[in-house]
Design a protein around this ligand. Structure first.
Ligand code: ZN
Length: 287
């Protein structure tokens, strides 16, 4: 009997919490250390699937928005969901995959479907290392590497809101988290990154670790403190209810009531509260 997917990623733009949550859920559902059937109904991953089919899955790791599956025989599968990539995990019998399913992983216990990824490739261990070397620290799996984030952030002349999207500065932050993290830090998004103090950058890292780890636990980005919106718990909040500024242009700030402002930073939409995130510091100094 088919009971529907256990877990479906429906958000448009997966951030780092989604990859880490998939590591957790997929490795538990499929089971590590046993042969996995690998196929590509869509056909675009047929050769890679043939190479992996029947091998034992030994482990899974996430680094930012990148997923690495480690297979028997030192083969690696590299996946990046991109903007529209989506996993489905089915325990027990699974439905017939749709024709656009790039990848199917099947064990005795569960089936994983993947559609629409930006990257789905078999790579070597050296290639995995090279990808990782280009990425900044991952706040979820490397919480003690904050010094590397601070070092890299403070060399950037671009807006801090743009630097947070630079995966070589920090791995796993996307458009929702960057807006929320800057709100929670009280930082004006267009502040040049290299004008932050080391203390502010360190505090931003610590906050990022807490927020992204909560995202892994809850499976969604819910940054709002329950008391700020008059509820007792984040459980059951929708994305719209659970954030302070993301996609809340012209709605009142949960803390001060000022209307949240929409702008553009680093070529992407950005929201901030002009009162809670004042444009202060060096940017306001007279010429
Ligand atoms: Zn405010």
């Amino acid at each position: 009997m088919y009971g529907g997917p256990l877990f479906t990623v429906v958000q448009l733009m997966p951030e780092g919490h989604v990859t880490h949550r998939n590591v957790r859920l997929q490795s538990a559902a499929l089971g590590l250390g046993q042969p996995i059937g690998v196929s590509s109904p869509q056909g675009r991953f047929r050769e890679g699937a043939a190479l992996l089919d029947g091998r034992s899955l030994e482990g899974m790791e996430a680094h930012g928005k990148h997923l690495f599956y480690h297979w028997e025989g030192d083969q690696r599968l590299h996946i990046h969901l991109g903007l529209i990539g989506k996993f489905q995990i089915h325990r027990g019998p699974a439905p017939t995959p749709t024709p656009n399913t790039r990848l199917v992983l099947r064990s005795d216990a569960a089936t994983v479907f993947l559609a629409g990824p930006m990257i789905c490739d078999v790579i070597t261990p050296d290639e995995e290392q090279a990808i990782r070397d280009d990425l900044g620290p991952d706040p979820i799996s490397m919480p003690r590497r904050g010094h590397r984030f601070v070092e890299r952030l403070l060399t950037k002349k671009v807006a801090v809101g743009a630097a947070l999207l630079d995966q070589s500065v920090i791995a796993g932050v996307g458009n929702v988290y960057r807006a929320e993290l800057l709100y929670l830090s009280g930082i004006y998004p267009a502040t040049p990154a290299n004008q932050l103090t080391e203390e502010a950058a360190t505090a931003l890292w610590k906050l990022t670790v807490v927020e992204l780890r909560r995202g892994v636990e809850l499976g969604d980005i819910l940054t709002v403190k329950p008391r700020d919106i008059g509820v007792r718990s984040r459980i059951g909040l929708t994305r719209e209810e659970g954030v302070y500024v993301y996609n809340r242009g012209d709605l009142p700030c949960h803390r001060c009531g000022t209307l949240v402002r929409l702008s553009e930073v680093g070529g992407r939409k950005m929201w901030h509260c002009p009162v809670c995130q004042p444009q202060s510091g060096p940017m306001d100094l007279p010429n």
